[in-house]
Design a protein around this ligand. Structure first.
Ligand SMILES: Nc1ncnc2c1ncn2[C@@H]1O[C@H](COP(=O)(O)OP(=O)(O)OP(=O)(O)O)[C@@H](O)[C@H]1O
Length: 464
C-alpha cells in the first residue's frame, strides 16, 4: 500500500514535470470537470494559483469568476477540439485550445486545454513588425549608402587600368615616393587617394597641396610653417605647416611642375631627409611623410628647359604611374558613360537613357578633358533633358564630327554599304546643324555647300 502511494506520487510528479516542459499554459480536467493539474505557465498567464484550482470543478470556478469561459462541457459532449478566447484576472487576452483525451474504449476521460497569451503574442507580433520595419529601414539606408559609395567609386574596367591598379597596390605598400603622370582629368587625384588608401598610412592624414593654386610667395610658409614675426602679415604666434599636419601620413603635391625653383631645393631636402625648418627659424624639425606628386607637364622637358631641377626630378622618378588618356582605354569610356548616367539620373531623379548608337558615338569621341569632361558632359545631358531616350542627334556638333571620324561605329555589325553608312551620318549631321543654326541658308554656309544641295538632301532624308 505504502509502495503504491509512492508510485502514484512519483507518477504525478512526472506528469507535472512533463506539463512544465510546455511553453503554453496547461489546464487538465477529468470527465466531470474536476481540475487535475495546471502548469506554472498557466499560473503566470492567469494569475491563478494551483492550490485554488486543483481538485475543484471548473463550473464552480467559473461561477466564482475565476475565468469567464469554460470549454469542457462542449468537448465532452462533442468529443472534439474547441477553441475560445478568455480574458484573465490580470486582464490579459488568452487563446484556449481544449482537446479531448480518449481511453481505449473511445470515451473521453480527460480534457487538456492549452492556453496561449494573445496579448503577449500581439506584443511579440508588434515587436517583430517593428524589427522588420527597422530591418527594412536599415536595408534602405544601407542601400542608399552603398549606392552613394558606388557613386563615389572609381571605374577601372580597361585592361590598361586594371594593370595600372595592380602596380599601384604594390607600390602603395612601400613607402616610395610616387610620381603620377597624365593629362588633365585622367584621375591623378583619384589615384593619389587610392595609393594612400592601400598604404600602411591609410589611417593617418592625407593632405593635398595644389602647387598651382597657392601663390608662389606662400608655398613655403604653407608647407613648412613659420615662426612668430617671420614675415609681415604672419600670425604673431607662428603657424605649423602642412608638413607637420601630415606627419605619419601622406602629402599629395598636385601640379608639382608649377613649384618655383628655389622651393624645389627645400622640397628635395624634405623628401630625401624628412627634415625641414619653419620659415624664420634655424631649428631643424623631423617629419615622417610619404610624398606623392602629380603633373600633366612633361617634366623631363621642363628639366631640359631649366624650369625643373634634375635632382628633384630623379628623386621623384622612383615609382612612376603613367595614367593613359581616356581615348586610349575605350572600355573605361563605356563603363563611365553608364556610371555617370546612372549617377546623375539618380541624383536628379530622372530616367534619361542613351541609344546604342549614342553610346558608341560617345565611346568614339576623343574626350580631351578625360574623365572630368565625360563626367560634366553626362551631367549636362541629364539635367537638360527629361526622361527621354537620347540619340546621336542630341550630341553637340563638335562631338558629332569627332564620333563620325571614329572607326568603331558598329560598322561590322551594321551590314550597311559605305553609301548607306555615309548617308546615315550625313542625315544625322544635317539634322544637328539645322537644329543648331536654324536655317538651311546658315547650314549651307557652315557645311560649305549650296543651299540647293541642302534642300535636296533634306528631301532625300525626309527632314523637311
Ligand atoms: N577612374 C575614375 N572613375 C570615376 N571617376 C573618376 C575616375 N578618374 C577620375 N574621375 C573623376 O574625374 C574628375 C577628374 O579627376 P582627377 O581630379 O583625379 O583628375 P586629375 O588627373 O587630377 O586632373 P588635373 O590634372 O586637372 O588635376 C574627378 O571628378 C574624379 O572624381
Amino acid at each position: 500500500m505504502i509502495n503504491e502511494v509512492r508510485v502514484n506520487t512519483s507518477v504525478a510528479k512526472l506528469h507535472q514535470e512533463i506539463l512544465e516542459l510546455f511553453s503554453d499554459g496547461i489546464y487538465v480536467t477529468d470527465v466531470n470537470g474536476k481540475t487535475l493539474a495546471v502548469n506554472c505557465m498557466y499560473e503566470q498567464l492567469t494569475g491563478l494559483k494551483r492550490e485554488e484550482l486543483v481538485g475543484r470543478s471548473v463550473i464552480e470556478l467559473r461561477n466564482e469568476g475565476k475565468f469567464d469561459v469554460i470549454l469542457y462541457p462542449d468537448i465532452i459532449a462533442s468529443g472534439k477540439k474547441k477553441t475560445s478566447l478568455q480574458t484573465t484576472k490580470a486582464n490579459r487576452k488568452v487563446l484556449c485550445n481544449g482537446y479531448p483525451v480518449f481511453n481505449e474504449d473511445g470515451k473521453v476521460v480527460l480534457v487538456i486545454t492549452f492556453v496561449r497569451d494573445l496579448t503577449l503574442m500581439n506584443e511579440l507580433k508588434e515587436q517583430i513588425m517593428n524589427q522588420q520595419n527597422m530591418i527594412e529601414k536599415y536595408r534602405e539606408v544601407n542601400n542608399r549608402y552603398k549606392k552613394q559609395f558606388n557613386k563615389d567609386a572609381a571605374i577601372f574596367e580597361s585592361e590598361k587600368m586594371v594593370q595600372l591598379m595592380e602596380k599601384l597596390k604594390k607600390i602603395a605598400k612601400t613607402d616610395a615616393t610616387v610620381l603620377l603622370l597624365g593629362e588633365t582629368g585622367v584621375g591623378k587625384d583619384v589615384l593619389s587617394r587610392k595609393i594612400h588608401e592601400y598604404s600602411l598610412r591609410q589611417h593617418e592624414p592625407f593632405l593635398k597641396i595644389d602647387c598651382s593654386a597657392i601663390p608662389e610667395s606662400l608655398i613655403e610658409s604653407e608647407l613648412f610653417g613659420y615662426e612668430s614675426g617671420a614675415f609681415s602679415g604672419a600670425n604673431n604666434r607662428g603657424k605649423a605647416g602642412l608638413l607637420e599636419m601630415a606627419d605619419k601620413g601622406t602629402i599629395f603635391l598636385d601640379e608639382i611642375g608649377e613649384i618655383p625653383l628655389q622651393m624645389q631645393v627645400k622640397l628635395l631636402r624634405v623628401i630625401q631627409e624628412q627634415e625641414f625648418m619653419h620659415v624664420g627659424s634655424t631649428k631643424v624639425r623631423k617629419v615622417n611623410v610619404r610624398f606623392i606628386a602629380a603633373t600633366n607637364r612633361d617634366l623631363a622637358e621642363e628639366v631640359r628647359k631649366g624650369n625643373f631641377r634634375s635632382d628633384l626630378f630623379y628623386r621623384l622618378h622612383v615609382a612612376v604611374l603613367d595614367i593613359p588618356p581616356l581615348r586610349e582605354r575605350q572600355e573605361d569610356i563605356v563603363a563611365m558613360v553608364r556610371f555617370f548616367l546612372d549617377k546623375y539620373n539618380d541624383k536628379y531623379h530622372k530616367n534619361v537613357t542613351f541609344t546604342n548608337q549614342l553610346e558608341e558615338a560617345l565611346t568614339c569621341y576623343k574626350w580631351p578633358g578625360n574623365v572630368r569632361e565625360i563626367d560634366n558632359f553626362i551631367q549636362g545631358l541629364v539635367v537638360s533633358h527629361e526622361n527621354e531616350i537620347l540619340d546621336i542627334s542630341d550630341l553637340p556638333h563638335y562631338m558629332l564630327m569627332d564620333s563620325i571620324d571614329c572607326d568603331k561605329m558598329n560598322i561590322n555589325e551594321s551590314n550597311k554599304s559605305l553609301d548607306e553608312l555615309v548617308g546615315d551620318y550625313e542625315k544625322v549631321l544635317l539634322k544637328k546643324v539645322l537644329q543648331m543654326h536654324g536655317s538651311a541658308a546658315k547650314a549651307a554656309r557652315i557645311l560649305k555647300v549650296d543651299r540647293s544641295t541642302i534642300f535636296r538632301k533634306l528631301k532625300k532624308y525626309n527632314l523637311g
